[in-house]
Design a protein around this ligand. Sequence first.
Ligand SMILES: Nc1ncnc2c1ncn2[C@@H]1O[C@H](COP(=O)(O)OP(=O)(O)OP(=O)(O)O)[C@@H](O)[C@H]1O
Ligand SMILES: [Mg+2]
Length: 248
Amino acid sequence: MSAPATPNETLLEIRNLEIRYGAAVAVRDVSMTVKRGQLVAVIGANGAGKSSLVRGATGLVRPSRGEVRFRGEDTTRLTADAKVRRGLVMAPEGRLLFPDQTVDDNLTLGAYVHGGLKGERARQTRERVLEMFPRLRERLGQLAGSMSGGEQQMLAIARGLMAEPELFVIDELSLGLAPKIVDQLIGVLRDLNRQGLTILLVEQLAAHALAIADHTYVISNGIVAKEGPSRELARDPEVMAAFLGKAH
Ligand SMILES: Nc1ncnc2c1ncn2[C@@H]1O[C@H](COP(=O)(O)OP(=O)(O)OP(=O)(O)O)[C@@H](O)[C@H]1O
Ligand SMILES: [Mg+2]
């Protein structure tokens, strides 16, 4: 169980993170901060190191250097499971649902760190999540893999919410989805953030990310090339040239 919430608390603090795959360095030296209540975006070109960064933060890969602090605790060496239990939850790139299981089963699996759906609290969480995604309620018995890409992304988000995140990391919200669906899902994230959920969004579509994030980090070749309030970055000619001109 996680500690009680403190307003303006620093949830995630990454210091000088390095992630390697053998000899290849994917994240060279990244420091970043996410505070409670924020929606922070990470943007950057293909292969810049965005996924490696969040995989390092959430415990799916072991950093070779640097520190990942979550709510003040050094969690650098903790497993992904241990981090989920502390409230650091990720919807991974490519969604990674269980396609041959039903929507309902996928949701239940999202709550596994809290003992599945046995408790009253988990049942309430499920109810809240289904209110947010009525499409999923209609499809509870359907196999996850048989749904549209947009519905699957909804399910990936809903499954993450079942773990009751303090910080919800979403890697590539828009991946493979039609623009109209992306707009809808961006709206969902904005609503979740307004309801108080802290979000770290990794997104290829820089314009979409900048439109909803308070603060944005631009990752390039494994380092933070630029960071700042999204409003400022959206007007930055270098950022514009690098991303926004070819957002679609
Ligand atoms: N499992 C792996 N083994 C070896 N190299 C990897 C692995 N995963 C990623 N890389 C390499 O690390 C670098 C960063 O990749 P990463 O997936 O973190 O980038 P990204 O910014 O998320 O890219 P994309 O926009 O395509 O999702 C790339 O050069 C990539 O080829
Ligand atoms: Mg990626």
